[in-house]
Design a protein around this ligand. Structure first.
Ligand SMILES: [Zn+2]
Length: 159
């Protein structure tokens, strides 16, 4: 696929997804552009990225946008990401997966490039130690995420 045809596909995706019966045109376009950025990062066509369109920038505290990316060569393989606020275009994506301690779905790795995802796929989440100190490979969003079970030793409820 040429760069021009990939660019046309991305433009088409944003245009098609900028109207939605329930959310404003501007917010829908912001969500679509975040999906296009994730697709570019992963090297896939944006049609393989499905944003959760229930996302609302009006709800406080702000809940991150969730994006589901399916592998075009292996559609059963879905990667789920969060993005804190599609209004901003320079935030990292976070790969979502089960907390090794409580199994809640939380951000496990900060993904700014395809190589970051490669590190996670090669190494997986670092084992969590008994001393409660989080290994540095985990993002700050890991222990701040309120999805952890209330008894999870790695949930920083004050974070
Ligand atoms: Zn947990």
């Amino acid at each position: 696929m040429t760069i021009a045809s990939r660019a046309a596909s991305a433009n088409d995706y944003v245009r098609r997804h900028s109207t939605h019966p329930l959310i404003s045109r501007r917010k829908a376009a912001d969500i679509a552009r975040a999906a296009v950025r994730l697709a570019a990062l992963l090297g896939i066509d944006p049609v393989h990225v499905q944003p959760d369109r229930r996302w609302s920038s009006l709800s406080l505290p702000l809940v991150p946008l969730t994006l589901h990316a399916s592998d075009p060569d292996d559609p059963q393989q879905i990667y789920n990401f969060s993005y804190s606020d599609p209004l901003y275009d320079s935030e990292p994506f976070y790969l979502l997966g089960p907390c090794p301690a409580c199994e809640a779905t939380v951000p496990l790795a900060e993904i700014r490039s395809l190589a970051d995802l490669g590190v996670f796929i090669a190494d997986g989440p670092a084992p969590l130690p008994d001393n409660g100190i989080l290994p540095s490979s985990y993002p700050d969003e890991f222990d701040r995420n309120p999805s952890h079970s209330s008894t999870c030793p790695f949930w920083d409820s004050e974070g």
